[in-house]
Design a protein around this ligand. Sequence first.
Ligand code: CA
Length: 221
Amino acid sequence: MRVLIVEDERDLAAAVSRGLRRDGVAVDEAHDGDSGLEKALVNEYDVIILDRNLPRLHGDEVCRQLRAEGVEARVIMLTAAAEIEDRVAGLNLGADDYLPKPFAFEELRARVHALARRSGPARPPVLERAGVRVDPASREVTREGRRIDLSPKEFGVLEELMRAEGGVVSAEALLERVWDENTDPFSNVVRVTVMTLRKRLGEPAVIETVVGAGYRVPEGE
Ligand code: CA
């Protein structure tokens, strides 16, 4: 899952990023409306956490432009003004949810995960393939009923491969979906993570390398 947080209070943005990263979420930050809009148009996010009161470009305007450009990411708006009119205005602009400040991180976390589950038409709650079962909600992975513990990045890679339903996912796509924009695109993090993931999943191999193209999880016998 990839999330963008647009929030000019840097401490708050950093705290939210840290919290979500612990769940294995790839998080990018922007600290004003302009750069938030730019990132949201360039990258593909599942969820955008959008503060309403932003410098350079107001959150309402960011949201309006995102929808005008056809960006499909789920948007949760943060606002200090808890008046009902503000809430309705935000939803009219195309926000999917709204959270008044101050909020408890756990509340935001729950809503981000709920919105991510709603995004996209074909995202089944539990992914099953080749004897492997991945539950994105509880983040539990089992193979033939045996529980497998994964690091957040290993989980993210496996989740993306399972979602592809046997299709090939390139290393670039994995880097884009599981890591954040600060990751060096020429690093070998994807290769290394796939290697440790394979080790944890055990034999027979679940993840197939398609030379020159990427990785896939074929249907088991
Ligand atoms: Ca603000």
